[in-house]
Design a protein around this ligand. Structure first.
Ligand SMILES: [Zn+2]
Length: 154
């Protein structure tokens, strides 16, 4: 059920962003003489509703983190590791540019340091969860964009 909510949330967010971006593109198009309120009504309003629904669906998966404690001593207090462990994937950098690469890096588990025993370990944070969601939304938007482009040229 949670996975379903997560997937639905990501799809809703993608649809919402696509509608809002579509509205902006329509407004910037000088050839189009549709009144601005029509664009707001048919693109932005549903787009914002979708985004609102996505936030409701995804709120729990971003905040409901499993309790993690130090694997060595069980301590729950932790501090940032202080070392830069952002992983970057050269393939993602090549395919999707810096934006995708930074979402990817931010969605990886973060290294933290146990306050009690100085053990270093990896854990999920709210930031990694949100970045993971953004990564999927961005990937789906890229996919939608390339499909639309292909359909437009045929
Ligand atoms: Zn510890």
């Amino acid at each position: 059920m949670r996975a379903l909510k997560h997937i639905c949330g990501i799809l809703l967010a993608t649809a919402g962003v696509a509608l809002v971006l579509g509205g902006i593109a329509q407004m910037l198009d000088p050839k189009l003489d549709a009144p601005w309120w029509l664009i707001v009504l048919i693109l932005w309003l549903p787009g914002l509703l979708f985004l609102g629904g996505a936030v409701l669906l995804l709120r729990r998966s971003a905040t409901d983190l499993p309790p993690t404690c130090c694997p060595k001593c069980g301590g729950v207090e932790r501090a940032p590791a202080g070392v830069l462990t952002r992983s970057s994937n050269p393939w993602i950098m090549y395919l999707g540019g810096w934006l995708l690469a930074s979402f990817w890096g931010a969605s990886r588990q973060q290294q933290v340091r146990c306050v009690q025993c100085d053990n270093l370990y990896f854990t999920e944070t709210r930031g990694t969860r949100i970045a993971g969601i953004l990564l999927w939304v961005f990937l789906l938007l890229l996919l939608l964009g390339s499909i639309a482009e292909r359909m437009g040229t045929e």
